[in-house]
Design a protein around this ligand. Sequence first.
Ligand SMILES: Nc1ncnc2c1ncn2[C@@H]1O[C@H](COP(=O)(O)OP(=O)(O)OP(=O)(O)O)[C@@H](O)[C@H]1O
Length: 300
Amino acid sequence: MIEIREVSKIFQDRKAVQGMSLTIHKGNIFGLLGSNGAGKTTLLKTLAGIYIPDGGSVRIDGKPVFENPETKGRIVFMPDFPYFFPQASIRQMADFYSSVYPHWSRERFEELGGLFSLDPKRKLNRLSKGMRQQAAFWLALSCMPDVLIMDEPLDGLDPVMRRLIKNVLFQEVAERGLTAVISSHNLREIEDLCDHVGIMHEGALLIDKELDELKSDTHKVQVAFRDERHESALSGKLNILHRERRGSVSLFIVKGERERIADAFRVYNPYVLDLLPLTLEEIFIYEMEGAGYDIAPILL
Ligand SMILES: Nc1ncnc2c1ncn2[C@@H]1O[C@H](COP(=O)(O)OP(=O)(O)OP(=O)(O)O)[C@@H](O)[C@H]1O
């Protein structure tokens, strides 16, 4: 279990992460979303023990991460731009990882080699971006980590490889209880892969929820009222994240229980009433609007 308690990280005078708390349970695939500059990478690096928090604590299974080699030996961090030694081949990097990570598995490395069509003798600096990312996964998974922290991990991978990596991650979670933390701007990928989602904005966590719960908690309502006054009468009764007018039809984004929302609209006996599910992308955009992020340019 990963426990992030009141964590802050400050660069010069900029608070990248501000008193953030979050618990990620073993076997979760946790998707971390957020606006640009929200603090995701900073949080991931603090989780991985690369940064020391300026306040609060990060513990994995009750033990601190920073300068704790035992815990760090169970964590692998995959940065958005994988770093390898200059001139190193995949095999040479594998030798290095095997000397650093106590649970490195040569068998797993050979087994995964059958999935990635990469020659381990090839120099990493001669590979394409997507091939380097494949190599990064190959090496990371061969470390047999308990916690895998990934910053934009699927960037640059082709659709077949993305599917393959997702399947391997699902398998690692199911068979070994891997805990995965993934930061991404690709909300479709997050939707496909993650069971929990956190949304960050300006260094703070706006939302931390199971994906299914998050999706069943936010609804798109299309409604044509019989009387314009009915629209304003609704205001105080529901948690409305967003509303807009499209001709005679109004669109509402509302948080809450589906039936309660439907009942609140039905009272006015509207001409049209449709409750539709939202994609994670839509939820993200409207939550951001609720947090004061200007989404008007997106909606134009
Ligand atoms: N090493 C650093 N020195 C100074 N400021 C930094 C440093 N790293 C990050 N920051 C600042 O901290 C804030 C959070 O940055 P971070 O990279 O964590 O955001 P992010 O959510 O990962 O963003 P993006 O989605 O754009 O990758 C930004 O304002 C950034 O400028």
